[in-house]
Design a protein around this ligand. Structure first.
Ligand code: SF4
Ligand SMILES: [Zn+2]
Ligand SMILES: [Zn+2]
Length: 309
């Protein structure tokens, strides 16, 4: 029987990357302490911060919200419903159930009932863009705008170690220096309308967050988004998982050492500060932001489709 490294009771979780094992209560304590350590080491939060937590209904974002709320931070959830059939319906239901069970405030926006129909299937159908590229753009803009309009100074997302390692691999393989400069667990605002962006789970693996959510009895959406199959990120994740099996701790070292040793060398290549978008007023690197330019493209394509019908 494998024993818990902390209390010597029977272990329920083995973490090969940390060469350790824990019983249920000790794992919960380990996970929460590690998150708190990431927050304090990177000076992510203070008790006065008003935090908007982007919650998809998946294990990572719900686990993050659970930890932050339990540690007494001032949190509000923000859920963007993407209009992706059953997946979006289940995601919204899981998020709403989580918030109401804990009495936590939640803001929900639905792309299906928004002024402009920009659900992911509509955008992809009309513009032929990659679903995840379009989705990422819409989510980033919606999170930024929601944080600004509702007066939150911090925006927290549930990206985990596997997400960070896959993103890092993609950026390194193509030497995306501007992206590498911005790949940080905490991004300070470069514009008055931006909130500080934080990723407190950046060193917690997908496995750890799944175990934590399960141990805490958090019902989350298990099904993956139908667009995730074939996404480049998934290819990188599979590759990194193969490395991790052979060499436990690879992902942790890859991400941790990037931030410690390599990232400072890229930070000088960061973008110049953004201006205001002439359409929506949010920060933009051109005269109109990439979200408004996407909306404009969708509008034009819709008009063309209508005219040719
Ligand atoms: S898999 Fe792609 S389309 Fe689906 S929610 Fe994630 S980013 Fe959006
Ligand atoms: Zn124990
Ligand atoms: Zn705009």
């Amino acid at each position: 029987m494998t024993k818990c490294k902390r209390c010597r009771e029977r272990a329920e979780v083995q973490l090969r990357s940390h060469n350790t094992a824990f019983c249920r209560p000790c794992f919960i304590m380990f996970f929460e302490r590690q998150v708190e350590r990431a927050i304090s080491r990177n000076q992510m939060l203070t008790r006065d911060d008003r935090i908007l937590v982007a919650v998809s209904g998946g294990k990572d974002s719900l686990a993050l919200w659970h930890v932050l709320a339990a540690q007494g931070y001032q949190t509000t959830g923000f859920h963007l419903s993407l209009g992706i059939g059953d997946y979006s319906a289940q995601s919204r239901a899981a998020t709403e159930a989580f918030a109401s069970a804990r009495g936590l405030p939640l803001i929900v926006e639905d792309l299906e009932t928004a002024e402009e129909d920009i659900t992911i299937p509509t955008v992809v159908g009309l513009t032929r863009r990659q679903p995840c590229a379009a989705c990422g753009k819409i989510k980033r803009h919606s999170f930024d705008r929601a944080a600004y309009e509702h007066g939150f100074n911090v925006l927290a997302t549930g990206h985990n170690l596997d997400d960070e390692a896959a993103r890092l691999m993609g950026n390194v393989l193509r030497w995306q220096c501007t992206q590498l400069a911005k790949q940080s667990p905490v991004l300070r605002p470069t514009h008055p309308k931006f909130a500080t962006k934080i990723r407190p789970l950046y060193l917690r693996s997908e496995y750890e967050t799944a175990v934590y959510a399960f141990f805490q009895g958090i019902p989350y959406v298990v099904d993956e988004c139908p667009n995730s199959t074939g996404a480049t990120q998934l290819t990188y994740k599979e590759l990194l998982n193969r490395l991790e099996v052979q060499m436990p701790g690879t992902k942790q070292a890859f991400v941790k050492d990037f931030h410690r040793l390599a990232q400072p060398a890229f930070s000088t290549t960061a973008d110049t500060p953004p201006n205001d978008c002439t359409e929506c007023g949010m920060p933009s690197y051109g005269s109109i932001c990439s979200f408004c330019s996407l909306v404009r493209e969708v509008r034009i394509k819709k008009e063309r489709t209508r005219a040719s019908a």
